[in-house]
Design a protein around this ligand. Structure first.
Ligand SMILES: Cc1cc2nc3c(=O)[nH]c(=O)nc-3n(C[C@H](O)[C@H](O)[C@H](O)COP(=O)(O)OP(=O)(O)OC[C@H]3O[C@@H](n4cnc5c(N)ncnc54)[C@H](O)[C@@H]3O)c2cc1C
Length: 358
């Protein structure tokens, strides 16, 4: 049964609240912050299984904002936000990209000027995924217009309901409303909503992006592959079983290897977290390998399905309930969000190999 976007969001929220009640949203967090104090490997196993079964789990607040606050936040930040995040009372959206700043976030133009005990925020964000369903913006804004480009940005949590916040939908290529553009017009934010220290936000952001790149939905790759393998085993083309086609067998073997490699990258990041290290180059490698794999899988699926791959959900001959065309279009965005593949390669070359950044 196809559910509307709104129904799916409602189900997902209810499911996440149930997970939170058991402490399963934040398995590796300390008990005092609503976690279960298990290992990051156990968290990774949980994420692998939830993504395999396409169950809701990871969220921006639990996966990105929470860990960043636990690392860099003041005690007041932790007290204000961590319990509300761990209980799934609130979720957030990422206010990074702007019409003139995406890959280079140090060039953002959204300003946050001090006014007594508050900051006044003015500017525009774009490609703001699920800003219309989340409660708070996890937002970067410039707090020192004359400062160094990396030392003049601060990180804020901003309530979507604050006067002056306007959220407008951007519908994507598959007809789904997940993106938004968000305008900040004299938005007053208490100074306590700044995370960590003033003008240090760019450095916190780099770590927040490292956390974001860990959430690749690793189990989904195995699930899709298994389903496709079953299809190949059961389908004939021109009276010849697909599984007898050497080209099909070779392509499936290639994908199987790439999935195994992606899993190894994934487990490695969990292992690093358990050693107290934050994966950085390793997060970029994981993100690059998995998002390019999703495009690779979509290409091969389309090639093997042939014209059937273009059939949409209402068609009775459509394989996989007609979801292939949407998946094919959707996976392109994965290599752009959270930093494009080019940017991941730059990070690996510069931070990983010590080559010049430019
Ligand atoms: C599915 C999805 C979800 C997203 N969700 C959010 C969100 O919730 N919040 C948010 O703030 N943003 C979000 N984004 C925006 C995303 O982070 C940006 O689109 C991305 O960082 C690229 O920025 P840009 O679009 O401005 O492209 P640009 O930075 O203008 O880049 C254009 C092209 O130039 C290349 N390029 C740029 N600089 C370099 C360089 N130094 N070296 C080599 N190549 C370079 C890029 O790789 C790209 O191909 C999302 C995007 C997608 C696709």
């Amino acid at each position: 049964m196809e559910r509307s976007n709104e129904e799916q969001i409602e189900i997902s929220l209810g499911f996440r609240r149930k997970l939170a009640e058991k402490g399963w949203l934040t398995i590796a967090w300390p008990k005092e912050y609503g976690g279960k104090e298990h290992s990051n490997m156990e968290q990774a196993i949980f994420d692998e299984r939830t993504s395999y079964y396409r169950a809701p789990g990871w969220g921006i607040a639990t996966g990105i904002a929470g860990p960043t606050i636990l690392h860099f936040g003041t005690e007041k930040n932790k007290k204000d936000w961590i319990p509300r995040i761990a209980s799934a009372e609130i979720d957030m959206w990422l206010g990074y990209s702007e019409p003139n700043a995406g890959s280079d976030l140090s060039s953002i133009q959204t300003m946050a000027g001090k006014d007594g005990d508050d900051y006044i925020i003015n500017g525009q964000k774009t490609w703001s995924t699920m800003a219309h369903t989340a409660d708070y913006a996890w937002l970067i804004a410039r707090t020192d217009p004359s400062g160094h480009r990396h030392k003049s940005i601060s990180l804020f949590v901003v309530d979507n309901k604050t006067p002056g916040v306007t959220i407008r939908p951007l519908v994507n290529i598959t007809g789904v409303h997940s993106f938004n553009e968000v305008f900040f017009d004299n938005v007053r934010v208490p100074k306590e909503n700044m995370i960590g220290e003033k003008n240090m936000g760019f450095y916190y952001l780099m770590t927040a992006l490292d956390f974001e790149r860990l959430f690749v939905g690793i189990g989904g790759f195995r699930r899709v592959f298994e389903q496709f393998l079953t299809y190949i085993e059961q389908t004939e083309r021109d009276n010849v079983p697909l599984k007898n086609n050497p080209n099909v067998r070779r392509k499936m073997a290639e994908i199987a290897i790439k999935i195994e490699v992606a899993y190894m990258f994934f487990w490695r990041t969990a292992e690093m977290l358990d050693k107290g290290q934050i994966p950085s180059v390793e997060s970029s490698e994981l993100k690059l390998v998995t998002t390019e794999l999703s495009r690779n899988m979509a290409d091969i699926t389309m090639e093997i399905l042939g014209p059937y791959g273009q059939l949409v959900p209402d068609s009775k001959r459509a394989p996989f309930r007609g979801l292939s065309p949407r998946g094919y279009l959707d996976c392109i965005s994965a290599t752009i969000g959270a930093g494009t593949s080019e940017i991941q390669r730059n990070i690996i070359a510069a931070r990983g190999l010590g080559l010049p950044a430019k």
